[in-house]
Design a binder for this molecule. Structure first.
Ligand code: SAH
Length: 544
């Protein structure tokens, strides 16, 4: 259809949805119009600033009918800065929005209709949660300032404070600006390539803070800089200088020099003590990280005789937690420095049953499988682009019956789950965790399992229904039960859910499927509402 709007039109629009970037979406004569900062249910006036073939973008001019979810942002530059996207929404509404985005991706991209997405695990206090602050410098009115970039641009917004950052990161940035203004050290200008001071990166961890100052070359007045940072950040343990002379938006250059204190700082996670070097990935929200990792690690239901492989393991955070519950854990990661950290972390924490491989998940796991290695469970935590098909193929071939997939991108999660479903895995639970309050980013833990191919108990591949031989006279197929529940209760139940209820009623013997190797090991439980629905279906089919 040709666009019913043109640039500079001012339109009135009812907002009916929200994009994965947190922008309001309305339909103007059927044509999609995106309006940043508009909320679902609101009627707004929007000034059209862009018209593409299938959508337009409008700038919010006025909210004529506000949503009850609308809030005054806790930050004065929220509407200018590109750091946060949802601060104009109540926190409860942010969580519900994120749940919907995950559900929508699973349905649209993954093809999982009616999938049960649990409520998002939120924070009690969703401010000052970040343990890593990374701020560029610029010049405004002849002074050096630090800040964040405007949405989708490299225009610096002078922020003064950032309410989702640690105080250490804000104080360090103010200290470095003060030093630069005091000694006339010019900020780097991306357009001209001139200037000296580029970034300040602060990690604020349980073992203290680490501040890294990035410049294009030599560091003038080094001692004054160290003093300024030490007095502004009392718990600082490490100050480094990184040199980045390149015309790039990559923050760090190749050379890092320690100018004060220790080389790495420590973070306690899940009872382990981790050393984190600047090059290694570390989750930025420590409070939520504990919850995220527990959901993944506990969700696998490991027992002491099980082996597990942790793909995309970084410095081995999840790997060590898994190793504690399993007979053996293998971690795979492609950044050499992170693997060095992971090995040192295992040793420092006295974890003797973890082994690490440096290389891509898509090359290492297929190789291990080809060498005959098998695993009972897999945990994977890939970057935003998700897992490579080769890695997923190896996950399916390695003997694992349970998977914990930790994802920071619902779209690639949905794509990969569809591939795993094709290999016979079913989704047992989907639980988003809010690692990044006030931004549109979403982290999700998805637990999957595979019922057939139970290695030690059933040697031939059987259908679920063939396994279910004890009640041949009265039985509906798994698919019939699943469809009946969907129709009468409006939600999806998995084969595992059905098998668990059948087992509860003695219809299917535990011996016949997926038996955990130790009696006290846990199967992921079937939620009470699902048990009821399945029992209802079984009554309908006269099985009980
Ligand atoms: N599980 C870790 C790290 C997760 S972030 C934690 O929670 O701390 C994703 C990690 O995957 C990063 O450390 C990144 O370096 C690594 N990575 C990215 N692509 C990879 C690939 N193809 N193979 C292996 N590791 C990869």
């Amino acid at each position: 259809m040709s666009a019913p709007v043109k640039k500079n039109d001012e339109i009135t629009l009812l907002i009916t949805g929200m994009s994965s970037e947190g922008h309001g979406i309305g339909r103007y004569e059927g044509f999609a119009v995106f309006v940043p900062y508009a909320l679902v249910g609101e009627t707004v006036k929007a000034h059209i600033i862009k018209v593409a073939s299938s959508y337009a973008v409008g700038k919010l001019v006025e909210v004529t009918e506000p949503s009850s979810d609308r809030r005054e942002p806790a930050c004065s530059v929220f509407f200018k800065c590109g750091g946060c996207a949802l601060m104009h929404m109540s926190y409860e509404a942010q969580l519900e929005y994120k749940r919907n985005i995950v559900r929508d991706a699973l349905e649209r991209i993954g093809g999982f209709q009616g999938v049960d997405v649990s409520p998002v695990v939120g924070m009690d206090d969703p401010y000052r949660y970040r343990n890593k602050g990374s701020f560029p410098f610029g010049e405004q009115d002849g002074r050096v300032v630090w800040g964040l970039y405007a949405p989708k641009s490299h225009r610096l917004i002078d922020v003064n404070d950032c309410v989702i950052e640690s105080s250490a990161a804000v104080n360090a940035a103010n200290a470095v600006s003060k030093w630069a203004n005091g000694f006339g050290v010019p900020a780097y200008n991306e357009l001209t390539g001139k200037g000296v001071l580029r970034h300040v990166v602060t990690r604020s961890l349980t073992g203290g803070s680490a501040v890294s100052v990035v410049t294009t070359g030599k560091l003038p007045n080094k001692e004054a800089l160290v003093n300024e940072i030490r007095s502004a950040v009392p718990d600082v343990k490490s100050i480094t200088h990184n040199i980045n002379p390149n015309v790039t938006n990559v923050i760090f250059g190749k050379v890092t020099r320690l100018i004060w204190g220790e080389g790495a700082v420590r973070q306690t996670i899940g009872g382990f003590d981790f050393s984190v070097s600047a090059e290694s990935f570390l989750q930025v929200n420590p409070v939520q990280t504990e919850k995220l990792y527990s959901l993944a690690v506990d969700g696998l239901g490991l027992t002491e005789d099980m082996s597990v492989c942790d793909l995309y393991c970084g410095i081995g955070t999840i790997t060590l937690m898994l190793a504690k519950k399993a007979s053996h854990a293998v971690g795979v990661e492609y950044v050499p420095k992170a693997i060095a950290d992971a090995k040192a972390n295992a040793e420092r924490n006295g974890v003797g049953n973890a082994e690490f491989y440096c290389g891509t998940a898509e090359s290492i796991l297929p190789r291990l499988v080809a060498e005959g290695r098998q695993f009972d469970a897999i945990s994977l935590d890939p970057p935003r682009k998700g897992a490579e098909p080769e890695a997923l193929k190896a996950v399916a071939a390695c003997g694992a019956r349970r998977i914990a997939y930790v994802s920071c991108n619902p779209a690639t999660l949905a794509r990969d789950l569809k591939i795993l479903a094709g290999y016979g895995f079913t989704i047992d639970s989907v639980r988003p965790v809010d690692m990044f309050p006030h931004t549109a980013h979403i982290e999700t833990v998805c637990l999957l399992s595979k019922l057939h191919e139970a290695k030690h108990h059933v040697n031939v591949k059987l259908d679920m229904d063939e396994l279910d031989f004890t009640s041949a006279e009265a039985k509906a197929t798994y698919k019939e039960i699943e469809e009946w529940v969907q129709e009468h209760y409006g939600f999806h139940v998995t084969n595992l859910n059905i098998a668990q209820v059948k087992q509860k009623h003695g219809i299917i013997e535990r011996e016949n499927y997926n038996k955990p190797k130790s009696e006290n090991s846990r199967q992921p439980g079937c939620p009470e509402e699902k048990v009821k629905a399945i029992e209802d279906a079984m009554r309908h089919f006269q099985m009980i």
